[in-house]
Design a binder for this molecule. Structure first.
Ligand SMILES: [Zn+2]
Length: 266
């Protein structure tokens, strides 16, 4: 039997956390069956590392382009950063055939609540970019579930689609988000933690709406919680979802990879 492909729909394997052993971490991912890896952008400081990673692993890595909400906080001139995002979406740099999503973008009021207006502005501008280029969104939401849904509602009926990365909302949030467009829900290491509310929610969401993600180097699943995360650990998330939904890991891998194909168009 051939092992089904596992797709990590949210990985920062180009992060400085992997400066010393990126090649080995990549190799471990491939050996674990994680042969498709989507890489969200953060800001211009790490664009070159992202592009280098995609150029080196062009058969396995798929880049996104976008400005992360916490980078809006740190950048008094975040509009310049948005211009860079717009420039790359219009014309990808050499060696990068295309961007597969606008991401990661969104709202994060955890670290600071001093830049809410700027974050919403940056998010809305990037939603417009996604609509212009008919790309899905990879959406980050932290301590901002209500404002996130309010923002997405403004675009209801305009063909929004994307993934709610590291989804941590309630069932009510889940149904509200689905009313705003065609959304998938990214499940990562948090689902393996004790008393995880997302673990309780997973059996209520159809498998056809779930995507697997590590968000490495962050949100490391059990049994490696507390250590650096990496894409090869996606198999523990796959296993957890199989347990929670009463199906096999093969089935979870097959369906979630198929979902990622539908969303990202590969
Ligand atoms: Zn991320």
């Amino acid at each position: 039997m051939t092992t089904p492909i596992l797709t990590d729909t949210h990985s920062h394997l180009y992060d400085t956390a992997f400066a010393a052993d990126q090649a080995q971490a990549m190799e471990r991912a491939f050996e674990a069956g994680v042969t498709r890896i989507f890489l969200p952008a953060i800001d211009s400081e790490s664009h070159e590392a992202l592009f280098d990673c995609v150029r080196t692993y062009s058969d396995h890595c798929y880049p996104m382009m976008g400005l992360h909400p916490t980078s809006v906080n740190e950048s008094p001139d975040y509009r310049k950063e948005l211009e860079i995002v717009a420039k790359y979406l219009a014309s990808p740099p050499q060696g990068i055939p295309k961007f597969y999503a606008v991401g990661e973008v969104g709202l994060d009021f955890y670290w600071s609540q001093d830049h809410i207006a700027e974050q919403i502005d940056a998010f809305e501008r990037q939603i417009e970019m996604a609509l212009t280029y008919d790309l899905p969104l990879a959406i980050h939401t932290r301590n901002a579930q209500e404002q996130m849904i309010a923002t997405l509602r403004k675009y209801q009926g305009r063909g929004l689609r994307g993934v709610m990365h590291a989804f941590a909302g309630s069932y009510t949030d889940y149904t509200a988000i689905k009313e705003c467009g065609e959304f998938f829900f990214g499940i990562g290491g948090v689902s393996t933690y004790k008393n995880s509310s997302i673990a309780e929610l997973i059996p209520r969401i159809p498998l056809t709406e779930l995507l697997l993600e590590t968000d490495c180097p962050y949100l490391t699943p059990v049994p490696f919680r507390g250590k650096r995360n990496e894409s090869s650990y996606l198999r523990y998330i796959c296993l957890k979802i199989a347990e929670l939904t009463g199906t096999t890991t093969e089935e979870v891998a097959r369906i979630t990879t198929e979902n990622s194909r539908r969303l990202f168009g590969i």
